[in-house]
Design a protein around this ligand. Structure first.
Ligand SMILES: NC(=O)C1=CN([C@@H]2O[C@H](COP(=O)(O)OP(=O)(O)OC[C@H]3O[C@@H](n4cnc5c(N)ncnc54)[C@H](O)[C@@H]3O)[C@@H](O)[C@H]2O)C=CC1
Ligand SMILES: O=C(O)[C@@H]1CCC=N1
Length: 268
């Protein structure tokens, strides 16, 4: 693609740009960024990655091959209304906005090719876990292009659009739950006199090691857990405490509430 315009250049846009530039999937001169406010952020993106700051919206938007919606859900309707007059019929839209449906996007921007993607902030280091869903206007060739662009920021799985609500809850928000887990490990470990830095290093390596075991061993999580759990040992005592505190129900409630919020955002 020759001309890609980010409408909204915040944390998610930066994570994607960083992944693309590092992997060489999209060259910096092809990437144009604009914001409602925050000129400073635009200058930072231009300095760090060599992307172009949009000064003449009409000139850039009328030649855009793809516009990326990367503003907050509350700003997306106004944002799309600003873009609508300038887009060509064949300009594709890629949206990372949580909740906003393909139908809503097409109701404002017309029946053009739309891909909805739910990445996560690990895109910054090429480790996103992203779900993506296409509108029927997206050709096989364009699908392949988008897939390649999204693989540059991590794993990508094509799903049905309605599944994106639960995916937003699981992997879109997912990094935050794991950071919260590390916060909880630190809080609990410090009670026993351990240094916060020591706990951080051990917790991070434990999570990374367990993730790699899940990837590399081909074993079920239940089996991997069994191998850690000696009868009458420490792990059994810890897992029992998690069960007593309804760990699985807490996780279920977390995913339920986040999914519900994604559905609400779609309706707002
Ligand atoms: N942060 C995350 O972990 C993830 C975020 N998302 C989605 O990505 C989207 C962006 O999130 P963040 O990057 O975290 O937000 P952010 O607040 O960092 O950036 C949004 C940017 O959009 C700009 N903006 C607002 N209205 C605009 C308009 N009309 N035209 C052009 N620019 C406009 C703002 O000035 C701001 O710089 C959200 O819709 C969110 O649902 C998706 C997956 C993960
Ligand atoms: O919290 C949010 O609404 C966004 C969507 C997924 C991650 N952050």
């Amino acid at each position: 693609m020759q001309t890609i315009v980010f409408a909204g250049a915040g944390s998610m846009a930066e994570a994607i740009i960083q992944g693309w530039v590092k992997e060489g999937v999209v060259v910096p001169p092809a990437i144009h960024v604009m914001n409602k406010s925050n000129e400073e952020k635009l200058a930072k993106l231009a300095n760090s990655y060599g992307v172009q700051v949009v000064s003449d919206r009409r000139a850039i938007l009328t030649k855009a091959d793809c516009v990326i919606l990367a503003m907050k859900p509350k700003d997306v309707m106004a944002g799309m209304n600003d873009l609508a007059p300038y887009l060509r019929e064949d300009t594709a839209v890629l949206s990372v906005v949580a909740g906003t449906s393909i139908e809503t996007i097409q109701s404002v921007l017309g029946n053009r090719p739309v891909v909805r993607v739910m990445p996560n902030t690990s895109a910054t280091i090429g480790m996103s876990a992203s779900g993506m869903a296409f509108s029927e206007e997206v050709s096989d060739e364009l699908k392949a292009t988008f897939k390649k662009m999204l693989e540059a920021i991590g794993l990508v799985i094509e799903v049905k659009e309605e599944e994106l609500h639960a995916i937003t809850a699981l992997s879109g928000s997912g990094p935050a739950y794991l950071y919260y887990l590390v916060e909880a490990f630190e809080q609990a470990g410090m009670k026993y006199g351990l240094e916060q830095g020591t706990i951080r290093s051990l917790a991070v390596q434990t999570i990374a090691g367990a993730a790699e075991m899940l990837k590399q061993s081909n074993e079920e999580p239940t089996e991997l857990r069994r191998k850690v759990t000696s009868p009458g040992g420490t792990t059994a005592a810890g897992i029992q405490a998690l069960e007593n505190h309804h760990f699985k129900q807490a996780i279920e409630a977390c995913i339920d509430e986040a999914t519900k919020r994604s559905i609400e955002l779609a309706a707002e």
